[in-house]
Design a binder for this molecule. Sequence first.
Ligand SMILES: Nc1nc2c(c(=O)[nH]1)N[C@H]1C(S)=C(S)[C@@H](COP(=O)(O)OP(=O)(O)OC[C@H]3O[C@@H](n4cnc5c(=O)[nH]c(N)nc54)[C@H](O)[C@@H]3O)O[C@H]1N2
Ligand SMILES: Nc1nc2c(c(=O)[nH]1)N[C@H]1C(S)=C(S)[C@@H](COP(=O)(O)OP(=O)(O)OC[C@H]3O[C@@H](n4cnc5c(=O)[nH]c(N)nc54)[C@H](O)[C@@H]3O)O[C@H]1N2
Ligand code: SF4
Ligand SMILES: [Mo]
Length: 888
Amino acid sequence: MAGGAEARKSTCPYCGVGCGVSGRAEGRALTLAGDEAHPANHGRLCSKGAALADTVGMDGRLLFPMIRDRRATWDEATALVARRFSETIARHGPDSVAFYVSGQLLTEDYYAANKLMKGFIGSGNIDTNSRLCMASAVVAHKLAFGADLVPGCYEDLDLADLVVFAGHNAAWTHPVLFRRMEAARARGQRHVVIDPRRTDTAQVADLHLPLAPQTDVRLWNGLLADLIRRGAVDRSYIAAHVSGFAQVEAALAADDQSPSAVAADCGLALADLERFFQMFAQTPRTVSLFSMGSNQSAQGVTKGLAILNAHLATGRIGKPGACPFSITGQPNAMGGRETGGMATTLAAHMDFDEASRARVARFWGASRVAERPGLKAVDMFDAVASGKIKALWVMATNPAVSMPDASAVRGALAACPFVVVSDCMAQTDTTAFAHVKLPALAWGEKDGTVTNSERRISRQRALFAPPGEARADWRIIADVGRAMGHADAFSWRSPVQVFREWARMSAYENDDRLLNLSGLVGLTPDDYDALQPVQWPVTGQGGTARLFVDGRFQTPDGRAQMLPTPAAGPAQATDPAFPLALNTGRIRDQWHTLTRTGLAPSLWRHAPEPFVEIHPADAEAVGITDGALTRVRTAQGEAVVLACVTDRQRPGSIFMPMHWTQGFAPSGRANPLVAAQVDPRSGQPEFKHTPARVRPYRETWRGFHISRDAFAPPAHLDLVWRRIPQDGCHLHEFAGRGDDGEREALAKLLLHGAAGGALRYEDPAAGSLREAFMDGERLDRVLFTTTSGALPPRAWLAELFTADSLTAQDRAALLIGRAPGRATETSPVVCACRNVRAGVIARAIEAGAHDVDAVSDATGAGSSCGSCRPEIARILSATPRTEILDAA
Ligand SMILES: Nc1nc2c(c(=O)[nH]1)N[C@H]1C(S)=C(S)[C@@H](COP(=O)(O)OP(=O)(O)OC[C@H]3O[C@@H](n4cnc5c(=O)[nH]c(N)nc54)[C@H](O)[C@@H]3O)O[C@H]1N2
Ligand SMILES: Nc1nc2c(c(=O)[nH]1)N[C@H]1C(S)=C(S)[C@@H](COP(=O)(O)OP(=O)(O)OC[C@H]3O[C@@H](n4cnc5c(=O)[nH]c(N)nc54)[C@H](O)[C@@H]3O)O[C@H]1N2
Ligand code: SF4
Ligand SMILES: [Mo]
């Protein structure tokens, strides 16, 4: 790394792998690499982590407190928030206010928010977006282990001989962990993927079980019944450490557990199911990773329990290479669960029983500790809509995009008398509803701790000076707490003070809670600054890699609890009006609602536009072709997105990514379609299953506009549009079903204020119009529309915007839209880091590159972060290649 400031270590702000990074900042420029010494990633980063430097600019930042559209001082904004919350509480009681927070807060922020709501406002109404993410696993852990405890660690993934991915697309969502397993696979580790879709994780697995949606419980029950039949359960472990086995065994008899019956109900080939059962039975070192395909279900808790049962019955827990492993999504989902960010727990793994309430009151010196759990996210927004909650503070999450039934959530936000939003970005779909916007420090500026999936606490450290007037979230909360009259309880002056108080709380009167940071209560500011990644429980001796090693759990009698797991269907079955199951989830290179990854042009290359994956049979039945604009409808709402017709999708199921927003593609948003059906025990929404139908959109015209500035058409134009950031410009794609008037109205808006020299080409027969505007020697904007003709590929045109002047040749070719004298490669980008397209990879394979490394050597693809390696493997398996014959 070049000169300038000293390199500082921090933690990636995205997924729960919690990779360590080392960054050197000069002004706002950042040079960043993976931290070789960090135990989670040993120097690796995925595409999102590797692109962090492109997302830390000042573009779009919220830098000053805003009251409506007016810039305000911090004193004014803090006083207003405190006054409105205090008045609302005085008139309507503490349950008339709520905080909706996030696994992207630091532990210090979470601790402060929970203390204010549950200790001093006196309501349980603080819930986190982890409700949408981890709630089912949390409840399953509490029921089975006595507390929300994740038994295993990443080393178990290195040591396991079998890894089961239960509703987990790790190749895209936890890429560095997935890469970490490559070494284990080389020595023979096997992978089984349980997922209705053939994801990249499934594509390279030893066995893919493309089960019918929401049939997981049936599958895991079938597995346990099979283990019992084979005598593959560990009777001595059960006798010593587990309760409830007999009841579970008896309950299994309610269904026909023969492999053929289970296979039929799960929509699986019998041979595949039997192979899975056999692999599981024969492999003591098995880790079952479970993620959103398990949690985000109306039976999310039951799915989790069924997985835990299989591990408890075989004693595969608390041992090297063997555990059930609920993997966390967000960088600090775990920290929120620890401190009490969920409405259903009080703090530090204590609940609302009298003894815990009294203990927490003593510790905080609080006189009005919440008496009962608060509202869970979906109920919370219902209460906002019905007027029960009258003041809401949203921190570090974007519910207008990410909640199910998002149009209803927008309605609730619009109707709420007082909405405060703390965010680092000025314009998100949620800040649009804020009465008060509070500027938070972003990643690279904030300073504190996060806990990753394996309970490892790592530091996020400030790499930059705080910009504008942005402040740390914990401090914003503490200032409001003080302004509400709680001066002593919120008097911290630095994050280390908050952290120490949190560590002390975890250790306070703690004889039986495994969550204990007693080894960290005495940290000096220097110790905190230098804190090395460490896994809780942390005692004077240091951290703890594995829990339950001695077979003792956190239940009153120390035994784990197996509970019966009756199989049920999804909350809403498909029907003739909505015959398809809409599944939603993530894509490789984007993070959630795009507010940060959306700033890096390279991260748009892999999946530039919102899409719906449809099986060829389902597409053909309604006349949808690959690449066509398609309407997706559910009882809740409608989207219009590109069809991706692929046999990686199960017949009867469709998939949409969750990421697109009002700002990038209003009609590409998934969540207005998702029903707010929740698991009755966890309150977690069933994001993976809403009955839906698809139809062709049948646009009357299409077009695109490339310009230096981003553009958003006014809402009154009934268009389908999406914006795709590029290096140096923005590509806007449009389509409509109106007449020429619509197209002209849009063109007028787009070309308004365009610079001087225009080039124009019209082909009335094809209904095509092409216009380009120069700003001196520079290309300023282009607009291509057509009713029936073709449109050229956009890549070359977009490239011209990076040039300061156009050559005469380029100018001449501008309205043709194709580079003079060179063929444009238009296949999809596979490797975002090196910008390598599928066609280039296929040609390398045809020319003899016969494995991922050879493709990588030949094309550069997969040689940087490696996130695309599974996709290269997929292309390898689909591309005919020249046989390499031994020279005779
Ligand atoms: N690139 C990227 N990575 C991320 C994130 C991101 O936004 N982008 N977000 C992070 C967060 S917060 C989270 S929670 C994690 C989530 O990580 P994952 O859980 O891996 O991600 P998803 O894509 O939501 O869902 C996983 C899979 O569940 C499958 N599934 C759907 N229905 C069922 C079912 O009935 N049974 C089974 N067995 N599977 C089913 C889906 O087809 C999907 O492939 O990712 C984290 N990592
Ligand atoms: N259809 C569908 N919907 C889903 C899911 C799904 O699988 N399918 N998954 C669900 C899951 S698992 C999750 S985790 C959620 C995620 O959904 P969200 O939490 O809504 O998504 P993000 O885009 O991560 O939102 C984070 C917000 O906080 C801001 N921010 C970032 N850092 C900070 C900070 O330090 N302080 C403050 N104050 N603000 C900050 C960002 O700019 C952004 O606006 O989505 C859920 N929604
Ligand atoms: S896997 Fe990628 S997104 Fe997750 S923490 Fe590591 S670098 Fe960040
Ligand atoms: Mo999540």
